[in-house]
Design a protein around this ligand. Structure first.
Ligand SMILES: C[S@@+](CC[C@H](N)C(=O)[O-])C[C@H]1O[C@@H](n2cnc3c(N)ncnc32)[C@H](O)[C@@H]1O
Length: 189
């Protein structure tokens, strides 16, 4: 476990990524082709900004990304990045339409397994609610989730709203971690 952590941690440092999480999104894009040039992307829980760095490469100069986090994010020099410091439960995205919504949000873990799983599920449920209002028809949604017992219920709901729903555990995610990613392609109205 620590070897793997060290490997991706060091690799991120060497390659100038702000987080080792960057590699998870690279794997997701390689397998599922979530982003295309020119996309407008919403990144929920974006700090410190590793996913933003990666998304910028996928969407190119004509794309745009908006990120939100409770924490401060070191500013980006790129003009097509907008960062909001705030809580997703309080921010209003209603007037916007995104091509892709991604969420790497995780609750602060309490050590009480069921409580942590449930809070992860709640974050996903809310991210899905944002997607229902603000994701374009045929848009894509990627969310991190801890696989608790609520997971299957949520997956069932997502299957009714997207053409393709897959569960993916990137190699760059620690094998000891309960996190997994749910990749939803092609929102149907
Ligand atoms: C694993 S980190 C994201 C890493 C990011 N994908 C990257 O590559 O740099 C999860 C983030 O979710 C944020 N978060 C958790 N709950 C949130 C909420 N309610 N609103 C906004 N951000 C939240 C945390 O502050 C934390 O920075």
């Amino acid at each position: 476990m620590y070897k793997r952590k060290d490997y991706f941690y060091k690799k991120a440092k060497e390659e100038g990524f702000r987080s080792r999480a960057a590699y998870k999104l690279i794997e997701i894009q390689k397998k599922y082709k979530i982003f295309k040039k020119g996309d407008y992307v919403l990144d929920l829980g974006c700090a410190p900004g590793g996913w933003i760095q990666v998304v910028l490469k996928f969407i190119g100069k004509d794309g745009r990304i908006k990120g939100i986090d409770l924490l401060d994010v070191k500013p980006f020099k790129e003009e097509n990045v907008e960062i909001i410091k705030g809580d997703i439960y309080e921010y209003n995205f209603e007037n916007e339409k995104f091509d892709v919504i991604i969420s790497d949000m995780a609750p602060n873990t309490s050590g009480i397994k069921h409580a942590d799983y449930y809070r992860s599920f709640e974050l996903c449920e809310y991210a899905f609610k944002i997607a229902q209002n603000c994701l374009k028809n045929n848009g894509n949604l990627v969310m991190k989730i801890f696989q608790g017992k609520e997971f299957n219920e949520l997956r069932g709901v997502l299957k009714k709203n997207f053409k393709e729903v897959s569960v993916f555990k990137p190699k760059s995610s620690r094998s000891s971690s309960v996190e997994t990613y749910i990749v939803c392609k092609g929102k149907s109205l």
